[in-house]
Design a binder for this molecule. Structure first.
Ligand code: FAD
Length: 318
């Protein structure tokens, strides 16, 4: 069952889902399973697996000159999706980005997923490389997520890049896209960002997963604005519990989000990570309960390796 089918089948009940990162290169898959196991008791409807493109590092050569090398710290998105599906019989949603792919490579990746029986994709643009000050598509790659959505929709209609294929069969991807209750950091304003979000839905995306937020009012206002402009698809809130002191500056900076005053005041009173973790869990429980009461399609947790924290939250909410 793909994401949309799960939402439809739930008949208004709020589902449980979460996102994981592929482990660092060289890790054993059991390490990842060890982090997923505690969350399986809540019957996740789907598990998202992020995609991490290459980064560039400079290595010193024996002659003293620097050599630029491409490296991927967290490869394995497709393999992990297949492994999770195989082990837990749960739907997986690989993230696929424009960055790092030509159109041909995108097509091949989608063919792999289709053959593996993975029929969900979260279609994203990806961020700029650290070495670039703006997102630059690969030559022959897509510039915006909407273009990626269109390519996937084409494949769902048997339209591959080559028109010389004999009887090409359609893929059957259920496509999700990203939305930003506090606007995407590159957008001029929320209205422009919403217009671009609507383009992704009009192109064929079937649901939206939001960036993390800590103020439910911002999520509710975002949903209202989406509805006003004719976006009718399910909007799934993304939630991240704050667990360590570093998050206090890292999360607002990295994800262009604000903490509400009450949360910021509570965090300022904490003297160590243990206290911060407790405040983060309590806040996320309250957020989750309110969102569930409002009838959101799923509570989607960004685990970022902290499955025990998400397990405690889920125990209090489901
Ligand atoms: P787009 O929808 O293409 O939008 C990017 C920007 O361009 C926005 O400001 C938008 O308003 C603007 N825009 C869109 N279309 C147009 C147009 N036609 N003309 C002009 N401007 C336009 N990144 C990863 O690398 N890997 C991941 O696994 C990953 N997972 C994510 C999961 C979620 C739920 C979210 C919310 C984000 C995730 N990201 C991931 C981060 C994401 O790739 C970045 O936020 C990226 O900067 C934007 O991606 P997008 O798909 O929203 O882009």
């Amino acid at each position: 069952m793909n994401v949309i089918e799960s939402i439809e089948k739930s008949k208004g009940e709020t589902l449980f889902s979460f996102e994981i990162l592929p482990p660092l290169k060289g890790s054993h898959i059991d390490e990842l399973f060890g982090r997923i196991d505690p969350l399986m008791e809540f019957n996740p409807s789907f598990v998202n697996v992020t995609y991490h493109r290459e980064e560039y590092i400079y290595k010193k050569r024996p002659n003293g000159l620097l050599e630029k090398q491409a490296t991927r710290k967290r490869p394995g998105t497709v393999g992990i999706c297949a492994a999770i599906k195989n082990k837990y019989h749960v739907e997986t949603v690989p993230h696929l980005t424009c960055g790092g792919f030509t159109r041909e490579e995108t097509e091949d990746a989608l063919i792999d997923l289709n053959f593996l029986g993975i029929h969900n994709v979260l279609a994203l643009r990806g961020d700029a490389l650290k070495s670039d000050n703006r997102f630059i598509p690969d030559e022959g790659g897509h510039e915006y997520a909407v273009d990626l959505v269109k390519q996937i929709v084409n494949m769902n209609q048997s339209k591959y890049l080559s028109d010389e294929l004999i009887n090409p069969s359609p893929t059957e991807f259920c496509i999700g896209v990203a939305g930003y209750p506090e606007k995407h950091f590159e957008s001029m304003n929320l209205k422009t960002d919403l217009r671009h979000l609507k383009e992704k839905i009009d192109a064929g995306a079937e649901y939206i997963v939001t960036q993390m937020f800590f103020d439910n009012e911002k999520f509710f206002a975002f949903v209202e604005k989406c509805r006003e402009m004719g976006i009718t698809v399910p909007i799934i809130p993304g939630l991240k519990p704050i667990t360590v002191k570093n998050h206090i500056s890292f999360l607002p900076k990295t994800f262009s989000i604000d903490f509400p005053d009450t949360l910021a005041d509570e965090l300022e009173k904490c003297s160590d990570n243990k206290e911060i973790n407790e405040v983060g869990i309590e806040w996320c429980i309250e957020q989750s309960k309110e969102l569930k009461k409002a009838g959101v399609p799923s509570l989607h947790y960004y685990t970022m390796g902290k499955s025990e924290t998400v397990r405690r939250i889920a125990s209090a909410v489901y």
